[in-house]
Design a protein around this ligand. Structure first.
Ligand code: B12
Length: 320
């Protein structure tokens, strides 16, 4: 059902039908039947035995609303899949757990949201980013230590990588997207969330990381020839240089590659000087845009516009 995978999951990270059956408390033959029907993505050993990657299994359990009775057998936090999480409660729990450095609870909250079929964009916009806003505010007021913020970032990065490993691997034919942050911008989390949301929307997306000079961003676009390039903008060292760098990239590659910018440092005074395909305030907007335009994006967008929630029919207008 998932077609040709570019990267099969290494055999040691796979579960047997028996392990899965015990974790979700169904018969082993049911699991095997789901494998053979293609409902659960399955890999096969050289000897023809079924092996199940956790990502595909979670996607199956998620869409079938199947409980995980013994999550620990799948390497998941003990109570995963047993609590119905609503976003606001999840946000409070996640924030407090992050401040305490309770990584297992953070992991459980995020996995529960994922299993409860919340979109990755919603998890990142409504829980992760809001938790970090709270963290930043408390840091600014001096009520938490710097190490709590740094530790929170480490936890969040590990969780995002784990969530990434659960999403279906990019398949042949998915459009390519790359992006990151420009020189002087050390913020890693936002660009990692953009990558995740685009992957969830069927893009072969790769974040290049943070602090990237425009010359190397140009080299990356030249080599990879992506259909979409994103820049996450959390701080700008020098506005004029930043605007010039963006516009030079767009001038050079904008006819083949859609340019999407987002992030807290994109004030109107900056964005109205930048030529790109669109600006997003959040990942939900990006997701609508990327889903609607997965096949036509490069051809359809050539002038700067704020990205509307439903872009598929939205006219492309001037941003300023
Ligand atoms: C973590 C953090 C850091 C870490 C980052 C570590 C890392 N490796 O990433 C480090 C330690 C580097 C750092 C440093 C500093 N920080 Co800081 N930091 C934060 C904090 C707490 C979280 C930022 C974050 O990652 N959030 C999580 C991500 C997922 O959310 P997000 O960035 O909001 O992104 C969302 C949207 O903007 C959007 N988005 C973002 N990019 C894109 C791109 C696209 C294409 C799309 C579609 C969407 C999109 O989607 C995301 C999800 O919803 C913020 C607090 C805050 N309010 O954000 C302060 C904050 C930004 N930092 C602040 C400050 C003051 C600093 C320092 C100056 C502190 C110091 N004295 O050294 C330095 C400056 C560093 C620099 N060169 O600019 C202030 C900025 C105040 C201001 N008005 O500018 C803040 C707001 C804290 C506060 N409340 O005062 N910081």
């Amino acid at each position: 059902m998932h077609g040709l995978r570019l990267n099969p999951v290494p055999m040691k990270e796979l579960f047997t039908p028996r392990q899965v059956a015990r974790a979700i408390q169904v018969s082993e033959s049911s699991v095997k039947r789901w494998c053979d029907k293609g409902s659960i993505p399955t890999q096969y050993t050289a000897g023809g035995h079924r092996r199940i990657p956790i990502g595909g299994l979670l996607a199956f359990l998620r869409s079938n609303r199947h409980a995980i009775v013994r999550p620990e057998l799948l390497g998941l936090p003990a109570a995963t899949g047993q609590t119905h999480r609503v976003i606001d409660r999840a946000l409070d729990q996640f924030t407090e757990a992050m401040l305490r450095g309770d990584e297992e609870l953070c992991r459980q909250v995020i996995l529960d949201l994922y299993l409860a079929e919340h979109r990755v964009s919603v998890i990142c916009d409504q829980v992760l980013a809001r938790a970090f806003t709270e963290l930043g505010d408390r840091w600014a007021c001096g009520t938490i230590e710097v190490f709590q913020e740094r530790r929170g970032c480490e936890i969040a990065l590990r969780l995002l990588r784990e969530l990434r490993s659960f999403l279906p691997a990019p398949q042949v034919g998915w459009p390519t997207a790359i992006g990151g942050t420009a020189a002087g911008d050390p913020y890693l989390l936002a660009t990692a969330t953009v990558e995740l949301v685009l992957r969830d929307a069927g893009w072969n997306a790769v974040s290049l990381g943070s602090n990237l000079p425009f010359s190397t961003l140009a080299a990356a676009i030249e080599q990879q020839q992506p259909r979409l390039f994103w820049l996450s903008v959390s701080c700008i060292q020098n506005e004029d240089e930043f605007v010039r760098g963006c516009n030079e990239l767009h001038e050079r590659f904008g006819s083949q590659t859609a340019f999407v910018l987002g992030g807290r440092a994109l004030a109107d005074s900056v964005s109205c000087r930048i030529r790109c395909s669109g600006f997003c305030n959040n990942l939900h907007q990006l997701e609508s845009f990327a889903t609607a335009n997965a096949t036509t994006i490069a051809a359809s967008i050539t002038s700067a516009a704020p990205i509307a929630d439903d872009l598929s029919n939205a006219p492309v207008e001037d941003a300023c």
